[in-house]
Write a protein that binds this ligand. Sequence first.
Ligand code: NDP
Length: 248
Amino acid sequence: MPHDTRKVAVVTGGSRGIGRAVVERFLSDGYDVGYCYRSRPADADAVERLAAEHGGRVFDASVDVTDAHAVRGFLERTQERLGEIDALVTSAGIVHDGPLVTMGQDAWNSVIDTNLTGTYNVCRAAVFTLMKQGRGSIVTVSSVAGVRGSATQANYAASKAGIIGFTKSLSKEVARFGIRANVVAPGLIATDMTDGMTAKARDGVIATIPLRRIGTAWEVADTVAFLASDRAAYITGQVIRVDGGISN
Ligand code: NDP
């Protein structure tokens, strides 16, 4: 496919886990992809090889999503190199768990800054350009914790519930410009973020999941790719849970 007819996706937190699966899924679907992270992954060349296999281009950069200036520069450089943005996915996120009774200001601020303000920074930097283009699909990554709360995750759940309110509001503002905005809310997904769980804790959660297993990053990426695509042309302002039924 010639480059000027390829679609372009931007993914934050694209180096690992869910964001990485989203990057790979977009490349496999024929997109050119810009992605960012804090630390460049050791296997970034594997992403470049995958892009080359699909005749695509990839642009990656170290950009902290809490830094609005850096985010703006990243989006500008991505558009210079790859062209207009069709899909924008905000997957960068962190946890800093603990009960509220001992939760320090740093645990609160870092999680809100990265997950919620980071999502604002990325969408804020892109939205006017998307409005001028008259097209674009935004997919933000929340969590079932943001839908129903989660003990020891008041900071995380607040950030993820905030993402839902933010995205629903944004969807109403930009629909008339041909832009859609949806949320994916994963349940327990096998990534570095959940690797630290003890076997006991993991088994305890699995017992509460109707499908009786942890999800994969690919399963989340499939839903993100669907929402970003024209197959979801009449879907906006929605929260799609990819959670094995745990939040039913
Ligand atoms: P990982 O820890 O595997 O990956 C997190 C990604 O976000 C990495 O690429 C990381 O880059 C990037 N990142 C973190 N902070 C920043 C920052 N300040 N600026 C730029 N990039 C940053 O997480 P997951 O893949 O598991 O999670 C992805 C998203 O999905 C998160 O928003 C998470 O909250 C959400 N989620 C995950 C669930 C799960 O069970 N795994 C469940 C529900 C939601 P670097 O390596 O450089 O730090």
